[in-house]
Design a protein around this ligand. Structure first.
Ligand code: SF4
Ligand code: SF4
Length: 138
C-alpha cells in the first residue's frame, strides 16, 4: 500500500464512528426476514398437526386439551429447532411465525429450551396432566 492511500485510510478511520457493536447493552436491529424463536397463536389452531408432522427436527408438538373447545398447546423445543420455517409453510391457518425480535435464546438450564405455548389455563391443565402419576398395571 502506498503511503498516500494509507494516510487517507487513517484519516477516514479516525473520523468514522466505531463499527464494534455495543451488545448486549444495545440490541442490534435484525433484518425483516430474520428467523428467531417460534411464536404460536392458539386461537387460530385446528389441531391438524401438520406443523408437527412436517417438522424435520421434531421440535414442535401440538397437544390437544379439548378439540371441540379448540383448546391446544404447542410444545416447542427451542434447542431442536433449525429455523427452517417448514411448520409456518405447512400451517394453513397462519398460527405460527418466527419472531425477528426474540432471538436471545442461550440458557444455562436445559429446561429453558422447552416452551409451552397456548392459553394459560390450557398450559396449567397440561402440566397437571403430566404431574399425575400413571396407573401401573396390577
Ligand atoms: S422452524 Fe423448522 S425445525 Fe423449527 S419447529 Fe418449525 S419446522 Fe421445526
Ligand atoms: S399446522 Fe397450524 S393449525 Fe395445524 S396444528 Fe399446527 S399450528 Fe395448528
Amino acid at each position: 500500500m502506498k503511503i498516500g492511500s494509507m494516510f487517507k485510510e487513517i484519516v477516514v478511520s479516525f473520523f468514522s464512528p466505531p463499527v464494534t457493536e455495543n451488545y448486549p447493552f444495545e440490541k442490534p436491529k435484525t433484518a425483516n426476514r430474520f428467523r428467531g424463536k417460534l411464536a404460536f397463536n392458539s386461537s387460530k389452531c385446528t389441531g391438524c398437526n401438520l406443523c408437527s408432522k412436517d417438522c424435520p427436527a421434531n421440535a414442535i408438538e401440538i397437544i390437544i386439551i379439548d378439540r371441540a373447545a379448540k383448546r391446544f398447546v404447542a410444545r416447542y423445543n427451542v434447542d431442536r429447532c433449525i429455523y427452517c420455517a417448514q411448520c409456518i409453510q405447512s400451517c394453513k391457518f397462519k398460527c405460527l411465525d418466527l419472531s425477528k425480535d426474540d432471538w436471545e435464546l442461550a440458557a444455562l438450564q436445559k429446561g429453558h429450551f422447552e416452551v409451552n405455548y397456548g392459553k394459560e389455563e390450557d398450559i396449567v391443565t397440561l402440566l397437571e396432566r403430566f404431574a399425575q402419576p400413571k396407573n401401573e398395571p396390577g
